[in-house]
Design a protein around this ligand. Sequence first.
Ligand SMILES: Cc1cc2nc3c(=O)[nH]c(=O)nc-3n(C[C@H](O)[C@H](O)[C@H](O)COP(=O)(O)OP(=O)(O)OC[C@H]3O[C@@H](n4cnc5c(N)ncnc54)[C@H](O)[C@@H]3O)c2cc1C
Length: 386
Amino acid sequence: MSVAAQQSYDVVIAGGGIVGSACALACAQAGFRVALVERDILGSGATAAGMGHIVVMDDSEAQFALTRRSQLLWQALGPALPAAAEYETPGTLWVAADDQEIEEATRKQSWLAERDVPSRLLTSRELAELEPNLRRGLAGALLVIDDAVVYPPVVALHMARQAQALGATLLMGRAVTRLGEGEAMLDDGTHLRSSRLVNALGAEAAACTPGIAVKKRKGHLAITDRYPGFVRHQLVELGYLKSAHSVSTDSVAFNVQPRQTGQLLIGSSRQYGNEDSAVDQAMLTAMLQRAKLYLPALASLSVIRVWTGFRAATPDKLPLIGPVPGDPTLWLATGHEGLGITTSLATAELLAAHFTGAKPAIAPEPYLPARFALTPSQEETLQEKL
Ligand SMILES: Cc1cc2nc3c(=O)[nH]c(=O)nc-3n(C[C@H](O)[C@H](O)[C@H](O)COP(=O)(O)OP(=O)(O)OC[C@H]3O[C@@H](n4cnc5c(N)ncnc54)[C@H](O)[C@@H]3O)c2cc1C
């Protein structure tokens, strides 16, 4: 090995998706000498495949803390983003189909109110006035006012470039082949030395750090031609929480996002055990049928492109942010499942706080990888569960 092929940094980040780019920026802002390694182009993985819905979630207190902290960071970042990031705040309408879902909307509303998140319950009539293309007879909705949308790959690129302006080194078109024990090895033979190696490889994270509790969860999205004003808010069925967030079965749910271009992004599907990136016709049909159930006039619109992507799923629906037990040089920033665009910013903030020793804005414990540090037999059970 030549001397020139060996370099050292304060922090080496593997993976230039939105999470790795946000971590690179936060670490560069904290004064570290950072290297960011991406095998393809920045933001080309799940970050390019995702919807860009910046959403506060309430599955658990820990999920809420990370999503809400991130949302506040997005609000601060928004004005500094380039126009191509298409950051705007249409709010989310959680659509209630029946009385049972109205009960859930009411519960969610008071839960959010207790935590100072602005939201408002809408009657059936108010919902029809706000979104006339929704089918008649829906029971109502919960409007979560601060929820935003963004075009994620542009943000990943922006943050990586900002990090570079602060002195970070971007190593593009090179894959990490080994990560740990103070060294990242790249496929061109380069060795990067660091006491802080960060695995931000998204759904590919387990390839470089075997045994971590991350599995691929496939998703489909479709995008239409331009129909400005067809819908005005991010629309999500309240049943989404029941169906799309189940951790074991394939599912589809109604989830439609208006883009600044006038296009509509239509989601969403979730599948385990399918690592083939090809569009699955049956899932796609089920997803579009579900969307048409809520927006019947979708049937007359043109879908111009469909694609798939892989979320990095963990068994408890929380990401892995923090040190890897057994290797003091290795850190994880992965496992963000369907919320990694939203939670990239608080993830980066938490990681930088780990490195600087600063007091983090939210408690780091729920996201520590050590929660999955298991005995071999527990490990077996976990793999079965995944
Ligand atoms: C269909 C779908 C819809 C979604 N919708 C939303 C949403 O509305 N809101 C939301 O918050 N989240 C959403 N998500 C989730 C979100 O997209 C992800 O959680 C997020 O993009 C994860 O970012 P990441 O940086 O961890 O991973 P990635 O973007 O996948 O980045 C990992 C990077 O690592 C690179 N890489 C892989 N292996 C190597 C290697 N060996 N060496 C170097 N580089 C490597 C890849 O090329 C990639 O660029 C959605 C996901 C999908 C699939």
